[in-house]
Design a protein. Structure first.
Lengths: 246, 194
């Protein structure tokens, strides 16, 4: 019997998580906690299972065992949309294109399902505010979701969706990829402002500049299927010596 | 560009650059031979939404020299819906510099749905660029996961509405709105999604 005691309370708790794909173990017995109000980094070499872990937490089906708790509620068997309703959000590494569905329609539907109050005016204003801030110009709400968008534009759209849905727990999968220097600064600053004492984040990024903005307190590293939790000082070591030094 | 719906007549000749829509539902039948004149661009968008009945659509397009022909088809079979769709592009030997494409996507919305799709390319000329794709599927699991991750439960309805909207968007207003009336049974289609 494992007893977990942390202060502040846990936002996310992953217990003995194991994941297999095509008879290969991708993640073995991962145990970690993301407390309320903290930002944690999730690192590891390419193909080590970082995105898979985020997908599992968000509820994508895998051959897995173990338990996942969110705000002390066991969500292991909860459908994906229910997890979002509980306040989870995932920004995708490769956001899909959805032809025919506008950003406005997606946000309206999402807000309806999340039982959030909204007005069309608010959605337009929020979109215009952030799309201008991120250098996309106005009218982004009319665009089809990620359709014919560049890699950087898709990543900005993910963050704009986050600002609309206001989740408590965000998982960012390489949000920096495809962003130019100015865009990274704009998004990094926006994320820094978004993180308050009642919000937590689990962030995958190979660009250490992003961590200057969001300041992770812990770093989880997956290597050879094993997840180990380190203090934030490990970032310096990884940056200078790579994962082989661990 | 001229925009219109494809007539029910047996033979149609496209004399100027045109974009046509074909909107069929259950118990609709089309058997149309289209001749595209030389130096003409012709786009055809077909949308078949069939619930509880049969839809039978056959299109045969004869391409002219230097013509540009694009066929985009989105077919949705709901509960007890059966769609038979044949789309043929023919490029006769004497016709040159033809650029043609055919993109057909079929969606089975229920386990009682049936779609028979037959994309044909009859190419007798050597001077052509011709491509085609035809898929038979339920839904893209990545799109479903993405929308679920935003808290949306009825993802399939939204995707179907999006695919339909994407076809309607090819036509400017007010044609767009007129065509929308052709698919006013779409709510019924949603209810047959399994």
């Amino acid at each position: 019997m494992r007893i977990w005691k942390t202060t502040p309370p846990d936002m996310l708790r992953v217990l003995d998580l194991q994941c297999k794909a095509e008879n290969n173990t991708i993640i073995q017995n991962a145990n970690f906690i993301v407390p309320k109000g903290e930002v944690h980094a999730l690192l590891g070499p390419n193909g080590s299972g970082k995105s898979t872990l985020l997908n599992i937490i968000m509820g994508k089906e895998y051959d897995m065992s173990g338990r996942i708790f969110f705000n002390d509620k066991d969500i292991t068997d909860m459908p994906v949309y229910e997890r979002a309703k509980q306040g989870m959000f995932m920004s995708f590494q490769v956001p899909v294109e959805i032809a025919g569905v506008s950003n406005m329609a997606l946000i309206k539907e999402a807000k309806k399902h999340l039982n959030a109050t909204y007005s069309v005016r608010d959605i337009i204003d929020t979109y215009n505010e952030f799309s201008t801030k991120f250098g996309l110009g106005e009218g982004w709400y009319k665009r089809q979701v990620n359709y014919n968008a560049s890699g950087g534009e898709k990543k900005k759209n993910e963050i704009m969706q986050m600002f609309h849905l206001k989740p408590h727990f965000i998982m960012l999968d390489e949000i920096d990829s495809g962003l130019d220097v100015d865009a990274l600064t704009a998004i990094g600053s926006a994320l820094r402002d978004y993180m308050t004492a009642d919000r937590s984040a689990l962030v995958i990024s190979h660009n250490f500049k992003l961590y200057d903005f969001i300041k992770p307190t812990k770093v989880h590293v997956i290597k050879d299927g094993i997840l180990k939790t380190h203090d934030k000082s490990i970032l310096k070591k990884i940056k200078s010596q790579g994962y082989n030094a661990l | 560009m001229h925009y219109d719906t494809l007539p029910h007549t047996k033979k149609v000749t496209i004399k100027k650059d045109s974009t046509f829509g074909l909107f069929a539902k259950a118990y609709d039948a089309y058997n149309v031979v289209i001749t595209v004149n030389d130096n003409v661009t012709f786009n055809l968008y077909t949308l078949i939404t069939c619930i509880d009945g049969n839809s039978d659509v056959k299109i045969h397009i004869n391409c002219g020299s230097d013509s540009n022909v694009n066929v985009v088809s989105r077919n949705f079979a709901g509960k007890n819906g059966k769609i038979s769709f044949t789309s043929a592009i023919e490029i006769p030997e004497q016709k040159k510099a033809v650029d043609a494409s055919m993109d057909i996507k079929n969606y089975l919305l229920h386990n009682t749905s049936e779609i028979s799709a037959n994309p044909d390319l009859w190419i007798y000329s050597k001077d052509v660029s011709c491509k085609h794709g035809c898929t038979m599927s339920t839904f893209d699991s990545d799109q479903l996961f993405y929308m679920n991750a935003r808290g949306i439960k009825n993802t399939k309805e939204i995707l179907v509405a999006g695919y339909i909207q994407n076809i309607l968007d090819k036509f400017p207003a007010p044609k767009h709105l007129i065509f929308k009336r052709n698919i006013n049974h779409v709510q019924e289609l949603f209810s047959s999604i399994q």
